[in-house]
Design a protein around this ligand. Structure first.
Ligand SMILES: [Zn+2]
Length: 245
């Protein structure tokens, strides 16, 4: 099992046994500090793989300074597997243009350094698609996909290297079950988004990567396949996405 999206830096915290039973965990980043800490964290366990990126809620006016810091990390650390999470969150009073600028600069970095891109999109699915359509040869994941059944087709049209990230809410939101049924099996990856979005039977608790097992089990139920076969398909997808050999 692979958790393709977890936050384990100090501000989110780690718990004992939090990655038990997992082959890999991709450490998502939300800020430059998180990005740096991810790079340090992975030294402690070879199952951890770092991402670097700036979340739309963490952006500020110093765009060049932030993007340069990100690029410095990408230049220096070959172990980085992805840029993100980055993207658009059009909730409340936000500077949409600034968010789009940060998003596009991070897309360009992912292309330049041949890394996957982890896309965060909240209340901005159309705008996210519009930005992504401008770029060719991207390899990435729509993190915590919330575009509904109808938008799956549009993301598939972006190219063969696009994946859908499904989280613990699939264990309690029936609409997401329909979404999973409509995602091609070779395009699905699973993520906990720890410490958020704990799956049933841990709902309401602080989430941890090990609980990805509950999400795999939900997909076993939805697909009607055996656990081993389901696990193999999903893990192969994650390895293609992040180029894990
Ligand atoms: Zn996240």
């Amino acid at each position: 099992m692979i958790d393709t999206h977890a936050h384990l830096t100090s501000r989110f915290g780690r718990k004992s046994g939090d990655i038990d039973g997992l082959e890999y965990v991709i450490l998502a980043a939300s800020s430059i500090d998180d990005s740096k800490e991810n790079i340090t964290l992975v030294k402690s366990d070879k199952r951890l793989l770092p991402s670097v990126g700036i979340h739309p809620q963490e952006i500020n006016k110093e765009i060049d300074k932030q993007i340069n810091s990100l690029e410095e990390l990408l230049k220096k650390h070959k172990e980085i597997v992805a840029v993100g999470e980055c993207g658009l969150e059009f909730v409340g009073e936000v500077d949409k243009n600034l968010q789009i600028k940060f998003f596009e600069k991070q897309i360009k970095l992912s292309l330049k350094y041949n890394k996957a891109i982890i896309v965060h999109s909240r209340k901005a699915i159309e705008e996210t698609l519009e930005v992504l359509k401008k770029y060719q040869n991207l390899r990435g994941v729509i993190h915590c996909y919330s575009g509904g059944k109808k938008k799956i087709k549009n993301f598939l049209e972006l190219g063969e290297d696009w994946f859908f990230g499904i989280d613990g809410n699939v264990t309690y939101e029936s609409g997401l079950i329909e979404v999973v049924k409509n995602i091609p099996k070779d395009r699905l990856v699973l993520e906990t988004d720890s410490p958020f979005l704990a799956p049933i039977p841990h709902r309401g608790e602080e989430n941890k990567p090990a609980w990805i097992k509950n999400i795999y089990e939900k997909v076993v139920e939805i697909w009607g396949e055996e656990f081993k076969k389901t696990e193999k398909i999903i893990d192969d997808n994650a390895k293609r996405l992040f180029k894990i050999i």
